[in-house]
Design a protein around this ligand. Sequence first.
Ligand SMILES: Nc1nc2c(ncn2[C@@H]2O[C@H](COP(=O)(O)OP(=O)(O)OP(=O)(O)O)[C@@H](O)[C@H]2O)c(=O)[nH]1
Ligand SMILES: [Mg+2]
Length: 334
Amino acid sequence: MFIDEVKVYVKAGDGGNGCLAFRREKFVPNGGPSGGDGGRGGDVVIVSSVHYNTLLHLRYNPEHKAERGGHGEGSNKTGADGDDREVKVPVGTVVYDWFSGEVLFDFNAAEQRFIVAKGGRGGRGNARFATPSHQAPTEHEPGKPGVELTLRLELKLLADVGLVGFPNAGKSTLISRISAARPKIADYPFTTLEPGLGVVRLPDDRSFVVADIPGLIEGASEGHGLGTQFLRHIERTRLLVHLVDVSDITGRDPVADFEIIRNELRSYSEELGSKPMLVVASKIDAAQEPERIAAVEKIASDNGLEFLRISSATGEGLEEFKELVYKRLSEQAR
Ligand SMILES: Nc1nc2c(ncn2[C@@H]2O[C@H](COP(=O)(O)OP(=O)(O)OP(=O)(O)O)[C@@H](O)[C@H]2O)c(=O)[nH]1
Ligand SMILES: [Mg+2]
């Protein structure tokens, strides 16, 4: 299991100070106390959001402070409350106290809100201390400090996207180009024996998780090649990316390859067979015959599937690929 983890410091806003003041008006010789209360400090609130798939955005931004409350003023004016500070996390994030290791909250659904650090109360102004026998109080309180905490946020990464295709189709090469994952890559089938995950980063704190798995061949569901056991690692993904090698050297028919993989997925499970899928022509830098690419494009469109072309060797199409995958993922609620 792949785990994403960050250390984060949070500090709620301090309360504003209570004010010491007396009314001074013409014709009112001894005006009463009029110091207002301080405002409440803002809370730090952690919110689960479907727009985040990883904790990467917090790794580069590890401090979160809410606003302090305004101080009380004369004429019984209360200070303004400080604004809350929201920290967004993906569903599946668990919040721990860094030092004690205690679990503070477990986000298991979207749009849950957890006040992790409460803002300090505002101090009372001197007007609040007046009683019939104590008409000119000078007592007034400072605001209470906001809570501060160091947290450990942990997310068990689940793949959002599964890469499927024949052995040698270029799955591991692709994940190595779009993420920090460094799987073994080689010019022979069944190079990948164990599934691996990679986190893909996009501008504006966007990210998603891709699973690289072993190749499938005809009869895999009957145990040929490496079988289909490993498909359970992509059962819970939201999108499949089907890589079809269109280079000339394979000597294979890319359309037949496409059909074989789809059949193997269907034999594994109805659910996997009907998952949303993007069809990707891989290794276009090595495709001298454009008909091979056109044939894959046609079979995709005949099946009502989106089609893209990429080369992990030259980088062509990779930016479009990442953006399209992100777009399709964010269109689906988890
Ligand atoms: N020309 C070219 N070769 C590529 C490209 N992508 C991958 N290759 C080559 O294709 C071969 C297989 O690549 P892998 O990434 O290991 O393929 P895979 O799909 O992970 O294969 P398995 O793990 O065996 O299922 C390697 O020799 C790569 O260098 C590409 O875009 N262009
Ligand atoms: Mg591989």
